[in-house]
Design a protein around this ligand. Structure first.
Ligand SMILES: C[S@@+](CC[C@H](N)C(=O)[O-])C[C@H]1O[C@@H](n2cnc3c(N)ncnc32)[C@H](O)[C@@H]1O
Length: 242
């Protein structure tokens, strides 16, 4: 028990500066993501795009935007006008900016340094707030949820995509084998970082998902909360309104 508490507090400490890990692995983040997820993560982001509100001129704020994979897919939705992406890792953002410039989208997608737990944004500004595979890295994910809620317009929509664990026992065992043994090994070797992908695995297994996460969204003020399991529940897309 005390070992678990020690482990959890060590994880909390690392989360305070998790963006530094992403600064270190930014150069290999995109290719490794595609390889380790077998490209499924791209399909998940497209699900997010399809579930955006059907309302014109949407202004979207994407937290923990990383290398801009979410903005670059959401911008293809005909209802989206502009996207602002925020992240604490300057190296991830600089790769994101290059990708955006290559697609001539710099006028419609802007990236800046910004903390998901302390958004540099006024209240009631955005139609949609999104975060994909970022919120579990925040030092205080509940603060992140409250911030997403605060900056949304009344009636606005938050979309949170995060890893979860499959409910089917067989799928869960296979997945956990891959996730605990294969993924950290390949990730750590190819990223050149001692333990970035071991950290990834620890943050996922200790993070609330399903009903527990929906309860936190409700406490943060969201309504009409739904969750959509993706690919056997390996990830979940949570949607809620202000
Ligand atoms: C796994 S990456 C996800 C990137 C992107 N959303 C995607 O779907 O590929 C997690 C990101 O969270 C960022 N991050 C960690 N702590 C943060 C914080 N407090 N505020 C904003 N971003 C943060 C990291 O720098 C990293 O880019």
């Amino acid at each position: 028990m005390s070992e678990k508490i020690g482990h959890n507090s060590e994880l909390s400490e690392r989360k305070k500066e998790s963006y530094k890990i992403f600064d270190d692995i930014a150069g290999t983040y995109d290719p490794l993501n595609r390889f380790l997820s077998l490209g499924i993560d791209v399909y998940w982001r497209h699900r997010m795009k399809a579930l955006l509100p059907k309302k014109d001129n949407l202004e979207v704020l994407d937290l923990a935007t990383g290398t801009a994979d979410v903005p670059l897919i959401l911008i293809k939705n005909k209802h989206v006008s502009h996207i602002r992406g925020l992240d604490m890792s300057k190296n991830m953002i600089s790769i994101g900016k290059e990708k955006i410039a290559q697609k001539n989208l710099s006028e419609r997608i802007k990236l800046d340094i910004g903390d998901g737990c302390n958004l540099p944004e006024p209240d009631n500004k955005w139609d949609v707030t999104t975060v994909s595979f970022g919120i579990r890295n925040f030092p205080d994910f509940f603060k992140g949820l409250q911030e997403m809620h605060r900056v949304l317009k009344p009636g606005g929509q938050a979309m949170i995509m995060e890893f979860s664990l499959p409910t089917n026992i067989l799928v869960k065992s296979l997945y956990l084998f891959y996730f605990r043994k294969v993924l950290p090994l390949i990730g750590n070797i190819f990223s050149g970082h001692g333990d970035a992908y071991s950290y990834l695995n620890q943050t996922v297994e200790s993070f609330p998902y399903g009903e527990a996460f929906k309860k936190k969204m409700k406490e943060a003020g969201f309504q009409n909360i739904t969750s959509i399991p993706l690919t056997f529940g390996i990830a979940t897309l949570y949607i809620g309104n202000k």
